[in-house]
Design a protein around this ligand. Structure first.
Ligand SMILES: Cc1cc2nc3c(=O)[nH]c(=O)nc-3n(C[C@H](O)[C@H](O)[C@H](O)COP(=O)(O)O)c2cc1C
Length: 341
């Protein structure tokens, strides 16, 4: 057996009031009498003594308050105790100077998890026992059910399904301009300060790339969608085998070969981290989910096949798209003509 450890961030051991960093607490404790317990990336941390003082201190580390401002909230005789306690919290990776946040966010994402480098095939995952879906225990009585009202959204949702991308499915490229239309519906602007999806803090940290394979010559066009200007910027040609190598064996390789278009949904951790600290990763995923459903609804309306593909290699996609540091691949959306269209 081997053990693998997470990358370790170089954190300052001594906080410097000259540099006066902003501080953010990324773990919050469970209190048990005189003890505070934190579950951190490095393991369980127990701090014993002065729990109210520590809780007050942690509460002030909100990502906006600078060290000096936090210390100034204490009377003179408590300031050195507050500084010492903050240094302890930083040493235990409970509080971070905000400039460390983007790198920390990367640690929390699948990108840097060593196990993401291993390809899990169906035969491996199939051995995991299926867990049943959540149900409330017992048989509580339900509210009366209102009648189903006619709804365009519901009508599209009833048509929505994932296109079959198995080897024997009849597939081809999506109709002309569908991919562009899908980018627009996925993440285009709908007003001066509004897009097709909600975004925490209106930060809109997602970015989209598009690969359009050309079956005739085993090449694909790679482009980046400039969503704020609604422009598709051609980048370079890539080879179909290179594109296929981003995905688990036998997932959508055969569909790529026949020209299925692929939208790569990536998220910029740096943009969300400064504001949302430990919630950043979650917020990226939520936004990407809303985007996926938009594309599914467009596919249902136009009768074009759409399928989310999560079985890709993070490292391969990062290298193919030349993603900058802390821009992480989240999802690939396959789009194409399917058997019935
Ligand atoms: C996050 C996510 C990842 C997915 N990854 C894959 C994938 O790697 N390969 C695949 O064939 N389908 C993938 N799917 C599609 C699901 O298999 C599909 O949505 C599910 O079987 C339900 O079918 P329906 O969408 O037609 O209702 C993914 C769906 C989601 C939401």
């Amino acid at each position: 057996m081997s053990t693998e450890s997470f990358p370790v961030l170089e954190l300052p051991v001594v906080l410097n009031t000259g540099a006066d960093p902003r501080l953010v607490a990324v773990h919050f404790p469970l209190r048990n009498g005189n003890e505070l317990r934190f579950t951190t990336l490095a393991g369980l941390v127990r701090l014993i003594g002065e729990p109210s003082f520590l809780l007050n201190l942690i509460g002030q580390c909100d990502g906006r308050m600078r060290l000096s401002a936090i210390l100034n909230t204490y009377p003179n005789q408590r300031r050195s105790a507050a500084l010492e306690a903050l240094e302890l919290l930083v040493a235990h990776r409970i509080v971070y100077p905000t400039e460390y946040l983007p790198a920390l966010m990367s640690e929390w994402t699948s990108n840097s998890q060593p196990f993401m480098d291993r390809w899990l095939g169906d035969s491996t995952v199939a051995t995991i026992e299926r867990a049943s879906r959540f149900r409330l225990p017992g048989d509580a009585s339900a509210r009366d059910r209102p009648a189903v009202k006619p709804s365009q959204v519901l009508a599209l949702l009833r048509k929505r399904k994932s296109m079959d991308v198995s080897n024997d499915a009849v597939l081809g490229p999506p109709p002309a301009d569908f991919a562009y239309e899908a980018l627009r519906v996925a993440y285009g602007n709908t007003g001066q300060y509004r897009k097709t999806v909600p975004s925490a803090g209106a930060l809109w940290p997602l970015s989209l790339w598009l690969a359009e394979p050309r079956p005739s010559n085993n090449q694909a066009n790679l482009s980046w969608y400039d969503d704020s200007r609604d422009r598709l910027i051609p980048l370079q040609e890539i080879s179909t085998p290179q594109l296929c190598s981003c995905f688990l064996p036998d997932t959508i390789q055969s569909s790529i070969v026949v020209g299925i278009a692929l939208m790569f949904v990536c998220g910029d951790l740096r943009r969300v981290a400064a504001k949302y600290a430990s919630r950043s990763f979650r917020y990226l995923m939520i936004e990407a989910g809303a985007l996926l459903q938009n594309v599914h609804l467009l596919g249902a309306e136009r009768d074009v096949g759409v399928r989310a593909i999560g079985g890709f290699g993070d490292a391969q996609v990062t290298s193919l798209l030349k993603l900058p540091d802390l821009m992480i691949p989240i999802l690939v959306i396959a789009m194409g003509r399917h058997g019935t269209s």
